[in-house]
Design a protein around this ligand. Structure first.
Ligand code: AMP
Ligand code: ZN
Length: 135
C-alpha cells in the first residue's frame, strides 16, 4: 500500500524537512493554515495516533514540543495549535500518524472553537464514567 509520508521518509517524495531524527521526521505542510505550519511524523508507519508504539511515541511527542517552541520563536507567533486528526470523521486524509503544529497570530482570524455543546451535570458525569471504564 502506498503512503506519501512513507515516501517522504524514504526520500522518494520531496519535502521541506525541519527535523530528521532516528525515529521522527518533521517537515512543512504543503497547504499551510499559516506559513510555518508543520507536520511531525514517526518514521515507522502507523495508521493513526492510537497505533503508535510506546517506543515511537515519546520521541514523536518530544519533537512536537521542540518544534512548537522553535516555530513560535522563529516566526514571532503569538501562539500555536497542536492537533492530530484521527479517522475520516475527524478530518484525517493521510493515514500515517501525524501531528500538525500551526503557528497562530492574534490577527489571523481563524476560529477553531465552533459549535460548542453544553452539558447538564448528569450528562457530564455519565460521559466521564463511560470513558473511565476504558482507562
Ligand atoms: P490530515 O488532514 O490531518 O490527514 O492532514 C494531512 C496534511 O498533509 C494536510 O494538511 C496536507 O496539506 C498535508 N500534506 C499532504 N501531502 C503532503 C506532502 N507531500 N508534503 C507535505 N504535506 C503534505
Ligand atoms: Zn506511511
Amino acid at each position: 500500500m502506498s503512503c506519501i509520508f512513507c515516501d517522504i521518509v524514504a526520500g522518494s517524495e520531496k519535502a521541506e524537512i525541519l527535523v530528521d531524527d532516528e525515529k521522527v521526521l518533521a517537515f512543512l505542510d504543503i497547504r499551510p493554515f499559516n506559513y510555518g505550519h508543520s507536520l511531525v511524523i514517526p518514521k515507522n508507519h502507523y495508521e493513526n495516533f492510537s497505533e503508535v508504539t510506546e517506543e515511537d511515541l515519546f520521541p514523536m511527542i518530544k519533537s512536537v514540543q521542540e518544534i512548537s517552541k522553535a516555530i513560535k520563536s522563529s516566526l514571532n507567533a503569538d501562539g500555536f495549535n497542536v492537533l492530530s486528526n484521527n479517522g475520516a470523521a475527524a478530518g484525517q486524509t493521510i493515514y500515517h500518524c501525524h501531528f500538525h503544529i500551526i503557528p497562530r497570530f492574534t490577527s489571523d482570524g481563524f476560529k477553531f472553537k465552533m459549535n460548542l455543546k453544553e452539558y447538564s451535570e448528569d450528562e457530564m458525569k455519565e460521559v466521564a464514567v463511560k470513558i473511565k471504564k476504558y482507562l
